[in-house]
Ligand binder design. Structure first.
Ligand code: IFM
Length: 442
């Protein structure tokens, strides 16, 4: 069932947007002096990407940016969340900056402003310059300072025009999928490396915010975390303990350092000798004031100490990614965070779903995606009614795009991309979002 919602259920200054990231849409992998990233390299590893694809072409947004901005403006959103490709503006991740790369983002940001769109910029949406990986990547503490230098240069060039700057998108994914599970770039499988990487990501976030503020950056500064609502699959003691641990590893390991200045003791104990090397002063450097906290929410996690929970047993819809559709989890997550932490204003920086779309007479009737988005917006409203301060909501994603290890097979866009012609078609979910944004009353 689709919730009955209207834009008037939200404060007038609530920010509505759509989101993408550089590697997933830009293409032009080596245009105008761009350097390679770890994702360019990872795509060449046999078997790494489900459809053996890469980011070379993607949505060709590097060339189609202007018509894409027209599309975004036509949806009636207030804001566009995008990311900078670090190797496009600094090919080696240290040293010389690439003027042509910066010129692209200046055109893009100016193009947003000209259309009345607020730019929400992300510095790291995973495409680390390959040259830094050759020196150990995020596992090497030197990368922290390189990131701070990169952040300062981006802010010097664009900080006067962008509403918001996010340091990292989903550090858990970079750390865990990239360095422990190894199914994401750079494909490392070591729990100790994963924990050092997570620490360096958090540290670079805090140090970048301090440096940006010191140079007078006026953009709203924060970080984006992926989060689930974690529940025990049964009320057995073992499942309850498992839920506590899973929540600790996935959520508190990031939230506690950022907002409380310490890693959670129970999880630290669990990691034992794999715990990261933390230098004196690091935790204070990480816990700096956030102007906003971005939350990417997609599904709920059911923790089980025994056999994995059978996702079909809930009777809820399952997306093409195999993720349970559970909007109530977003309300529960937000209310719980509000209870457990002294939160800055929240932005829902990503929310959306991949479903198998069919094109019928040139149209895409993606009823499930439409209802997914509507029901999650209603879930945000419910949390706000319980006192949670949320300032904005961004649909993931504007366009179908390169869905990392799943390649182009999974489609998250509210706008369909025909990768042969680069033709964009508004799906019904986009038409719905547009009319929702125009709605005044019920
Ligand atoms: O496509 C990704 C995005 O890059 C980060 N958050 C989750 C999305 C869907 O998997």
């Amino acid at each position: 069932m689709t919730a009955l919602i209207s834009k008037s259920d939200f404060p007038r200054n609530f920010t509505w947007g759509v989101a993408t990231s550089a590697f997933q849409i830009e293409g032009a992998a080596d245009a105008d002096g761009k350097g390679p990233s770890i994702w360019d390299d990872f795509c060449r590893v046999p078997g790494a990407i489900a459809d053996a694809s890469d980011g070379n072409g993607a949505c060709d947004h590097y060339h189609l940016w202007e018509s894409d901005l027209e599309l975004i403006a036509d949806l009636g959103v207030d804001a566009y969340r995008f990311s900078i490709s670090w190797p496009r503006v600094q090919p080696l991740g240290s040293g010389a900056f690439n003027q042509a790369g910066f010129a692209f983002y200046e055109r893009l940001v100016d193009g947003m402003l000209a259309r009345g769109l607020k730019p929400y910029l992300t510095l790291n949406h995973w495409d680390l310059p390959s040259a830094l990986q050759a020196n150990g990547g995020w596992a090497n503490r030197d990368t922290v300072q390189h990131f701070v230098d990169y952040a300062c240069e981006v802010a010097r060039r664009l900080g006067d025009r962008v509403t918001s700057i996010c340091t990292h998108n989903e550090p858990w994914v970079v750390a865990v999928l990239g360095h422990d599970v190894g199914n994401f770039a750079p494909g490392i499988k070591s729990r100790a490396v994963m924990l050092q990487v997570a620490h360096h990501l958090l540290l670079s976030h805090g140090m970048a915010l301090t440096a940006l503020r010191a140079q007078g950056c006026k953009s709203s500064l924060g970080i984006v975390l992926n989060m689930s609502h974690t529940q025990p699959a049964t009320d057995s003691e073992a499942d309850i303990a498992q839920a506590q641990l899973d929540d600790g590893k996935g959520l508190r390991w990031y939230m506690d350092p950022l907002l409380k200045g310490a890693y959670p003791a129970d999880v630290l104990k669990h990691f034992g000798a794999d715990a990261p090397r933390v230098l004196p002063g690091d935790m204070e450097r990480i816990r700096v004031p956030l102007d906003f906290l971005g939350i990417n929410y997609y599904f709920r996690c059911m923790a089980s100490a025994g056999e994995p929970w059978d996702i079909k047993s809930s009777g809820n819809d399952i997306t093409d990614m195999g993720w349970e559709v559970y909007p109530e989890g977003l309300t529960a997550l937000l209310v719980r965070l509000h209870r457990d932490y002294a939160l800055p204003p929240i932005l829902i920086t990503e929310n959306g779903a991949a479903f198998k779309d069919e094109v019928v007479d040139g149209q895409v009737h993606d009823v499930q995606r439409q209802s997914y988005i509507a029901n999650h917006i209603a879930a945000v409203r419910d949390a706000m009614h319980q006192g949670v301060v949320v300032h904005g909501y961004f649909v993931w994603s504007l366009l179908d795009n390169f869905e990392w290890a799943s390649g182009y097979e999974k489609r998250f866009g509210i706008v369909r991309v025909d990768y042969d012609t680069q033709r964009r078609t508004l799906k019904d979910s986009a038409l719905w979002y547009r009319s929702f944004l125009k709605s005044e009353g019920k």
